[in-house]
Design a protein around this ligand. Sequence first.
Ligand SMILES: [Zn+2]
Length: 110
Amino acid sequence: MDAEALLLARRDELLRAIGVSGDELAGIRVARSDGTADDEHDPEGSTLSSDWSRITSLHSTALAGLDEVDRALERLRDGTYGVCVSCGARIPDARLEVRPWADRCVACAV
Ligand SMILES: [Zn+2]
């Protein structure tokens, strides 16, 4: 298992998601502020606000994910990767394969 490759791939994914959702939020902000919508956005105000909350939540989930991935990459550089930050036990490889950014063992994560 190459944790760094997995983390960097995940990081790319998240950066793309953050870029896309950020652009969409900017588009909605423009559509709201001038009272007109460009071709890509529905001019209905109610649609804009439901889009806004959906995309805001996507955006913040992706930002939180990016933070987790960045901290995992830091731990890789420090040599503390794969060690539970809470109890100091080794995090099982099976867990890291599913969540390469995990910073706690199964027992501490619950
Ligand atoms: Zn632990």
